[in-house]
Design a protein around this ligand. Sequence first.
Ligand code: SF4
Length: 390
Amino acid sequence: MPVADPRPAPARAEGALPSPAHIDRRLAQMLAADSARTGAGKTARLMLMLTRSCELRCAYCFVALREDEYGTPHDDVRASGGVLPGEIPRGDLSVATARRAVDRLMTSARPQLGLQLFGGEPSRRWDTLVAAVDHAATHPDRAGRALEILLTTNGLGLDAARLAELRGLPIVVQLSLDGWGAANRFRRPHLVPDDEAARRWSTIAETLSASGHRWFLNVTVPPAAAPEVLARYHEARAMGVPALQLNYATGMRWSPDTFYAWLGGLAAVLRHDAADPGPMALYNWQNGADPAPLCGDTICDVDGTLLQVGAIFHEKRFPALRAAYHHGHLDGAEPFDTHRATLADLWARTRAALSTEDAEVFHQGMRLGAGQDLVARVVTAEVGRPPFRG
Ligand code: SF4
């Protein structure tokens, strides 16, 4: 069992941060309560791995990206039935498999539905993306239930014409950028030249805002950039983004200093936002989110394999999690609601699959999620009502 950081919480100018013991107690409560988003009776969420291709190679990305079978739907390169648990499939998600995955989501008995388009960079399979979104939005078994479709994208493949194609559909765009200028040093262009990526990013905020779609900026902060959390917030405001979500990178080692630099930076961001709200919504006011490494969502890989999403988030860093988080395959007949594990079960599977040292890195990431939840609660109580605008 990983050992909790024994250091006391440093008192900072922005106020005392939660102690290690307080964080551990909160984490235990969060595990016992299960996912705030996908726990019993809540939203049925399915993520689709549209491709393993991406224009970038971000320093904190542990998805096993590859370009050698980009453009080839998986059904065309291997027989259906999926690869063995633990093995990483090649190619892209086919339109047929994407539709079958949406069919499986619609077998859920839950009152709300969520579909997330993911990868790799999902816009690199625009044909599959449009087919999956259309199928979900018009599915007869949706039966009038609320459906949110989240498009997670680096923005390089989006333009006004493509966004217009999605008009009228319940799409929310999650633009993953680390900020502007030096903040983007963790995002490394791989298939496009640096200046071409910068040129496309220079207009993406205006293009998204003009599209009429709801969108928000998703910023991932690795440990090396932990002291820059407040700077990322100010950059987002200067860009004029409508909403911001600040995240910490998972699968990386957070030292006691970077751990508390993240929490202190988040507290400073929340206090600043409370004192001077401005037009940008800050999603970090919402506490109770799953500790990031243990995300409660289910993902369909390019071959139709169903996994807890942490298996893919971490597959290069913690390859043993692919087998540990395996939930079956679309070829089975089980209803969608059986394809997930509780957060407590996931942590038990994680401890059983990883070495003591890797489990400790994973556990520290979970603790950071619990600490973040406590910081949001403390600042919310301090400023009265949360100024959250979703
Ligand atoms: S844009 Fe996303 S999928 Fe691509 S390398 Fe970065 S984090 Fe990974």
